[in-house]
Design a protein. Sequence first.
Length: 277
Amino acid sequence: MSTTTDTATDRAPTAAASRRGVLRAIVSNRWTLRALGLIVVLLAWEWAFGGGRVDPVFSAPPSEVARKIPTVLSSPEYLPALASTAKLFAIGYAISIVIGIPLGLALARSKLLDTALTPFLNALYASPAPAIIPILTAVLGFQLSSKVVIVVLLAIFPIMINANQGAKSVDGTLVEVARSFRVGEARLWRDVILPSTLPYLVVGLRLGAARGMIGTAVAELYTSPDGLGYLILRYGYRFEMDGMLVVVLTFTAISLAFSMSLGLLERRVRRWSPSTS
């Protein structure tokens, strides 16, 4: 009898320790936590918008959205809309990089440019994009150029600001040492300034991509008869909330994929950061 009791007593701490080990493994694994968080959000969404608790005219539960995905993806207008959105984002984002990085670096290296341009750039950055759209459409019309300008206006500032801050964070001692060895300006940029600025640039690219995707959606919602933004309006006007949410999730998936890719690049170049060297 005592042997059986002792065995049961020994098993209790072992079982408790095993449960604690499983919980620690779950908590320490970020992908498991993210999956659990997603499950909780989906269940809460399904409970809130399913079963007639909310008028289905205004939203749709995730189960209906999932059933609508094949219909939307196989529709004849989806792929052309996706291609139009990708083209708009690619053009606007590329222009933002080509202009934003050199401008941010130049503002950091030239006090004259910094003093002359920074107040105007700050005013433009503080201006809400929807308030500027009517002016752009009045000047440029409903052409691709007006949509590209909207994307650039949203994407360029994180890129430019991070390039500027990266150039300003360069260790002055390194610059002085390089100049003491009569290093030319081109080599100074190549060997000192750009390596130190690189982590900031990658962060700027990641933030600029997210804002550029927002700008793409805004441009298509306000000025475009095509693209994924137009599909959102189209499904919304027909009160097909499940189809509209599928298109919204497409925007979200593209943004997440881009952000994760740039996040991997950011971790690869983080070794250049002065704080980790």
